[in-house]
Design a protein around this ligand. Structure first.
Ligand SMILES: Nc1ncnc2c1ncn2[C@@H]1O[C@H](COP(=O)(O)OP(=O)(O)OP(=O)(O)O)[C@@H](O)[C@H]1O
Ligand SMILES: Cc1ncc(CO)c(N)n1
Length: 301
C-alpha cells in the first residue's frame, strides 16, 4: 500500500478541504456525498464501491439503496428492487437532516425508481443549473452484460435525469445506447460527447476503458465548448471490476469537497488510474479495483 508521496499526490490545484479534514474539531462537519445506487454482494461495484471511495477521498458517505443484487465475479444472478417511494424517502431523509454536498447515481433498476429519484432530487435541490452538483453515471449493465435497467429505464433516464445532470459519465456501451454512436477509436469520442451533451447534462465525461487496443486510457471531458483530455496509462490487468463506479464516486467526492468540475474530473481520473493499477484477483473472473492504495499506513508499533 502506498502512503502519500509526490508520486501519488493528486494533480491540479488543491481542493478547498483536504482528505479527512474536519477542522480538527469533533463538532465540525466533513463534506458529504450521496450515492443513489444498488448493492453488489461482491463488494467490487455499486454502493459498496462508492462508499469506500467516498471514505478514502475524505467525504462522509450517504446512501439511497435502489436494489440488492446477488452478484459475484461470474455475474448478476438475481436481484430485488427497492420500492420507488423508499428510494425517494432515503434521499429526502438524509438531504433534510444531514445535508448533501454532491450526489451521484449508479444502478437505478427501473423507470419507476428513476422518476422517483428525479422528483426527490429536485425537491432536495440536487442537480439542475444552480443545484447541488449531480453526477449521473448511466449504469445500464453489469460488466458481465447483465442489464441493470430495461428500455423503459433508458427512456426515463433521458426524460427525467439527464437534463438535471451536472455531469454524465457513460462508458462506451452506454454511449451507444444513449446516442447510437459506436466508438471504436479515441478520435470518435468527440462526436459522441457532443451528441450526449444535447441530451441535457452540463458536462459530459466519456470513459475510454473499453478501447482496449489503445495503449493509453484517455477519457474525454466536454463542457459544450471545450474538450479536455484526461490522460493516463492503460494498466495491463484483467481486474477492472468497479472502475466506473470508482471514477464517478471519486469525481463526486471532489465536487463535495468544493472542486470545480474540471478539477474533480482530473481527480477522479487520477484516483481510478491508481485503483486499477492496484487491482487484485478475487473469485473466478474479473477482480475488483482497489481502494487499499489510498488507506493510510498503520504505525510501526
Ligand atoms: N486498464 C485500465 N487502465 C487504466 N485505467 C482504466 C483501465 N480501464 C478502465 N480505466 C479507467 O477506469 C474508468 C472506467 O472506465 P470504463 O470505460 O471501463 O468504465 P465502466 O465500463 O463504466 O467501468 P466498470 O468496469 O466499472 O463497468 C475510466 O476513467 C477509465 O479511464
Ligand atoms: C449494483 C451494481 N451497480 C453497478 C454495477 C456496474 O459496475 C454493478 N455491476 N452492480
Amino acid at each position: 500500500m502506498a502512503g502519500t508521496s509526490a508520486h501519488n499526490a493528486p494533480p491540479g490545484p488543491k481542493a478547498r478541504r483536504p482528505v479527512g479534514d474536519t477542522g480538527g474539531m469533533s463538532d465540525t462537519r466533513p463534506p458529504s456525498a450521496l450515492t443513489i445506487a444498488g448493492s453488489d454482494s461482491g463488494g467490487a461495484a455499486g454502493l459498496e464501491a462508492d462508499l469506500r471511495t467516498f471514505l478514502t477521498c475524505g467525504v462522509h458517505g450517504l446512501v439511497a439503496v435502489t436494489a440488492v443484487t446477488v452478484q459475484n465475479t461470474l455475474g448478476v444472478h438475481d436481484r430485488s428492487d427497492i420500492p420507488p417511494h423508499i428510494v425517494a424517502g432515503q434521499i429526502e431523509a438524509v438531504a433534510a437532516d444531514m445535508g448533501v454536498d454532491a450526489a451521484k447515481t449508479g444502478m437505478l433498476a427501473s423507470a419507476g425508481i428513476i422518476e422517483a429519484v428525479a422528483e426527490a432530487c429536485e425537491r432536495a435541490g440536487i442537480g439542475g443549473a444552480a443545484g447541488i452538483p449531480f453526477v449521473v453515471d448511466p449504469v445500464a449493465a453489469s460488466m458481465h452484460g447483465h442489464p441493470l435497467f430495461d428500455h423503459a429505464g433508458l427512456d426515463a433516464l433521458r426524460r427525467f435525469l439527464l437534463p438535471m445532470a451536472t455531469i454524465l459519465t457513460p462508458n462506451l456501451d452506454e454511449v451507444r445506447l444513449l446516442t447510437g454512436i459506436e466508438v471504436t477509436r479515441r478520435s470518435q469520442m468527440r462526436d459522441a460527447a457532443v451528441a450526449l451533451r444535447e441530451l441535457g447534462p452540463t458536462y459530459v465525461l466519456v470513459k475510454s476503458g473499453h478501447l482496449t487496443d489503445d495503449p493509453e486510457c484517455v477519457d474525454l471531458l466536454f463542457d459544450g465548448t471545450v474538450f479536455t483530455e484526461l490522460p493516463g496509462p492503460r494498466h495491463d490487468t484483467p481486474h477492472t471490476h468497479g472502475a466506473g463506479d470508482a471514477m464517478a464516486s471519486a469525481l463526486t467526492s471532489g465536487l463535495a469537497r468544493g472542486m470545480s468540475v474540471q478539477d474533480a474530473a482530473r481527480f477522479g481520473k487520477w484516483y481510478v488510474s491508481n485503483a486499477v493499477r492496484h487491482s487484485y484477483p478475487m473469485g473466478a473472473k474479473v477482480g475488483p479495483v482497489s481502494a487499499f492504495w489510498r488507506v493510510a499506513e498503520e504505525p510501526e508499533d
